[in-house]
Design a protein around this ligand. Structure first.
Ligand SMILES: [Zn+2]
Ligand SMILES: [Zn+2]
Length: 344
């Protein structure tokens, strides 16, 4: 089969790779849609495992199941998680699923025609897709689950005011989910088109990331925001987060500036103000379930976030689109499509 092997963001090669039949407890799925995630283009994060086949936002069709698999049949539409936590280690017991120490197998990458799903993921990481979720929409399950988790960790609830810094795919999901929860939402970005999206998806105010962001946010809300979601890796966004957050509020690092940069925390100031600083990384099974529920109920409009559908052969272009971040929100690779914009 063909797979896109990633060496770095500018060197992704379509290679012929061997594919074997599923063992008794494995299954073979055909990748219909696989989203390019913002984290796929972060080289410092991905290069240590290169060359690799990326792609963890997968909508697939079961084509063959092992003799001992009863939960799935050929033709089933599924989402498969990239990995599953054990549920029993000390981290899992505390709900820190992304920290599970017992994860041994990961799902092979989805920028490929097929995936042989390992036993543990057939058992605990594969979910049938509700009829109302298309394959393309299913590529949002994992990213939305990460957003669900971050808002839960932040203690976000109805009535809160939320500032979202950065309106890429994740930022726009943050905006939509906070609106579902009846929050007042302000969003920033450097790209005007992204601000238009943010407004369109319900942001009460969307404004350029430059200039006096703290002043304008405060002027609009009449107070400082309770929750600041950092969905940008710019150091200037971190500085704005520090200046914007209210007493008793939280700054959530959903994105980070990268290992070469240093962040200074105004900890003396925050000490008296009881500001919480937290990180949110990846998601766990309950977050995935919640994301699927939201998508099945059409509570989050992901369809209009899809800007590009590309065949596997155009994956380099897909990565360029995500890196440039101007015209693209969600780019989906369709490994079996011959050309772009090939339906869902
Ligand atoms: Zn992702
Ligand atoms: Zn565990």
């Amino acid at each position: 089969m063909k797979a896109a092997v990633w060496y770095n963001n500018r060197d992704i090669r379509i290679e012929e790779v061997p594919l074997r039949r599923p063992g008794p407890r494995e299954m073979l799925v055909k990748v219909i849609s696989c989203g390019i995630c913002g984290s796929d283009i972060v080289e410092w994060y991905r290069l240590p495992r290169a060359p690799l086949v990326q792609g963890h936002e997968i909508g697939a069709e079961v084509v063959e199941v092992g003799a001992s698999v009863d939960g799935f049949r050929p033709g089933d539409r599924v989402f498969v998680a990239p990995k599953v936590p054990c549920g029993a280690c000390s981290y899992c017991r505390e709900g820190h699923f992304p920290q599970c120490t017992e994860v041994k197998e990961r799902l092979p990458g989805g920028f490929a025609e097929y995936i042989l799903v390992p036993e543990v993921l057939v058992e605990k990481g594969a979910y049938p897709l509700a009829g109302s979720i298309s394959y393309d929409q299913s590529t949002f399950i994992e990213p939305l689950a990460c957003v669900v988790r971050s808002q839960r960790l932040a203690g976000l609830k109805g009535g809160h005011s939320v500032l979202v810094l950065g309106c890429g795919m994740s930022g726009l999901l943050q905006v939509q989910l906070a609106k579902v929860k009846n929050c007042t939402v302000v969003a920033t970005d450097i790209v005007e088109k992204k601000l238009a999206y943010a407004r369109d998806f319900g942001a009460d105010l969307a404004m350029p990331a430059g200039g006096d962001v703290p002043g304008r946010v405060r002027g609009f809300l009449g107070k400082k925001p309770d929750i600041v979601m950092l969905c940008s890796s710019a150091l200037s966004a971190v500085e704005q987060a520090w200046a914007c957050v209210d007493k008793g509020g939280a700054v959530v690092f959903f994105a980070v500036p990268g290992p070469a940069k240093t962040v200074t925390i105004p900890i003396n100031d925050y000490w008296t103000k009881e500001v919480r600083i937290l990180t949110s990384y990846y998601c766990g099974p309950p977050d995935m379930q919640e994301a699927m529920k939201l998508l099945a109920a059409k509570a989050i409009d992901v369809e209009r976030m899809i800007t590009h559908r590309l065949p596997l052969a155009d994956i380099v272009r897909g990565f360029e689109l995500v890196m440039r971040g101007e015209d693209a929100v969600k780019v989906i690779i369709k490994p079996h499509a011959k050309e772009g914009n090939a339906g869902s």
